[in-house]
Design a protein around this ligand. Structure first.
Ligand code: ATP
Ligand code: MG
Length: 432
């Protein structure tokens, strides 16, 4: 007997009174005297398997004795049944108990009781059997497909850069050290320096989807210590050029999710309208005024506090850009405005109070870059390999980095970013 000939979603009226083999997990068993109903769950839905005692007492016994969440395969005949949720049921002729589940289950799959989040994460494989937990990752899949499709259609080339590196991207302390044979190395916090070096190669438009590691000690609902970053870099371009591409990418993500994930959106009970472009652009100084007008403390020239961004979000709903940041709030590689170097060509894309993307036009002049490093207390000698690529013909360029989990948190209204990653890495969690 084959283990499966059809998924639940593939069974149609054409299969009525015909033989199929279905397989999956035993979600529930209900006995009603001489009849038993087994809810068999596969990737796409639930199939009701109806066993009658009078037809086959042995099989009924076998089926009703299976512990919940065991894996079984059922060969049987599809019968129309208006009372079954799917409109049909399967009358079993042969049953294989493929893998019996232990009892009790570490967490319930269909129970109404809310399992606390930590316990769910401890048993993530079981948690992900829940349609609402799984739906998030189907959206994630579509989101990444949309990014690739959009960027490729704009002429971008997908690249991969090293994750084991010798220097900090931004000279910060938030790096995880690793022992690299006899040398000390780090896990990369961002592909920033490498994607910029690609601008000196003539590839012109590159993007990367990959892990980023941040050894930040904070333990918040919007930070992970390992996240997936979508990074792009574009030559002969300024910040406005890459903001336009970002708008298209966001629109594409949302429209593709709407087209391809109707079922998941309904499981998660969410509606995501495709946002109109251009997104609002508000410069840093305007934001400071807005925040002050709400009597929230803000120091001109510094990054915004949580409280300050919340105040902003009261006025600026949905997606909006914050532009023209004070130069000292941003990393050394961000290009200052030529006529006012106190502010720079950096932007953040926000959704309400959440940062989704940071980007900028970059410095492409080697001497200015060295100066900017020194201003920020970094030593250019440590960045020789990077600086060299600026000394033999480097075009102006711009780019951005977008956190996949941040974006997904916004789309799904998740309360915690950890819902949007299979196995979160945070201040306390390294397992599973
Ligand atoms: P934040 O201020 O929110 O901590 P950041 O400004 O330090 O973020 P960037 O270095 O600008 O982050 O990274 C680019 C993008 O990567 C962010 O806009 C965000 O979407 C994502 N990101 C950054 N840090 C994290 C993190 N710890 N966990 C999840 N996503 C992150
Ligand atoms: Mg940022």
């Amino acid at each position: 007997m084959r283990l499966r000939t059809k998924y639940s979603s593939e069974i149609t009226e054409n299969d009525y009174n015909k033989n199929v083999v279905v397989a999956g997990w035993v979600q529930d068993v209900r006995k009603l005297g001489s009849i038993s109903f087994i809810q068999l769950r596969d990737r796409d839905g639930i199939i009701q398997v109806t066993a009658l005692k009078k037809e086959n007492p042995e099989m009924l016994k076998k089926l009703t004795g299976v512990p919940r969440e065991s894996v079984i395969s059922v060969e049987g005949v599809v019968k129309e049944n208006k009372e079954a949720k799917a409109g049909f049921e399967v009358i079993p002729r042969d049953v294989k108990i493929i893998n019996s589940a232990k009892t009790p289950l570490p967490i319930g799959v269909v129970d109404k009781v809310d399992t606390d989040f930590e316990t769910r994460l401890n048993h993530r494989f079981m948690d992900l059997r829940k349609p609402e937990a799984q739906a998030v990752f189907k959206l994630r899949h579509t989101l990444l497909k949309a990014v690739r499709e959009e960027l490729v259609s704009e002429g971008f080339v997908e690249i991969h850069t090293p994750k084991i590196v010798a220097t900090a991207t931004e000279g910060g302390t938030n790096l995880f050290p690793v022992q690299y044979f006899e040398k000390k190395a780090f896990l990369n916090q961002s592909p920033q320096l490498y994607k910029q070096m690609m601008m000196a190669t003539g590839l012109d438009r590159v993007f990367e989807v990959g892990p980023a590691f941040r050894a930040e000690e904070h333990d918040t609902i919007r930070h992970l210590n390992e996240f997936t970053s979508i990074d792009m870099e574009m030559a002969f371009a300024d910040e406005e050029d890459v903001m336009k591409i970002l708008e298209k990418v966001i629109q594409k993500m949302i429209s593709m999710v709407n087209n391809e994930n109707k079922k998941e959106l309904s499981i998660l009970n969410i509606k995501i309208p495709v946002p109109e472009t251009p997104f609002k652009r508000v410069n840093y100084s305007e934001c400071v005024e807005l925040i002050k007008s709400k009597n929230i403390g803000v120091t001109d020239g510094e990054d915004f506090s949580m409280e300050a961004t919340k105040a902003l979000a009261e006025e600026l709903k949905g997606f909006y850009f914050i532009t023209s940041w004070p130069t000292k709030t941003k990393p050394f590689y961000v290009q200052p405005f030529e006529n006012n170097p106190e502010i720079c060509r950096a932007f953040d894309l926000m959704y309400d109070e959440k940062e989704v993307t940071s980007g900028a036009q970059r410095v492409h002049d080697a001497n200015l870059l060295k100066e900017r490093m020194k201003d920020q207390g970094l030593s250019p000698e440590n960045f020789r390999y990077y600086l060299e690529s600026f000394e033999y013909g480097m075009p102006p360029h711009a780019g951005w980095g977008l956190g996949v989990e941040r974006m997904l948190t916004i789309l799904t209204n998740a309360k915690n970013i950890r819902e949007c990653v299979l196995f979160p890495r945070d201040r306390r969690r390294l397992i599973p």
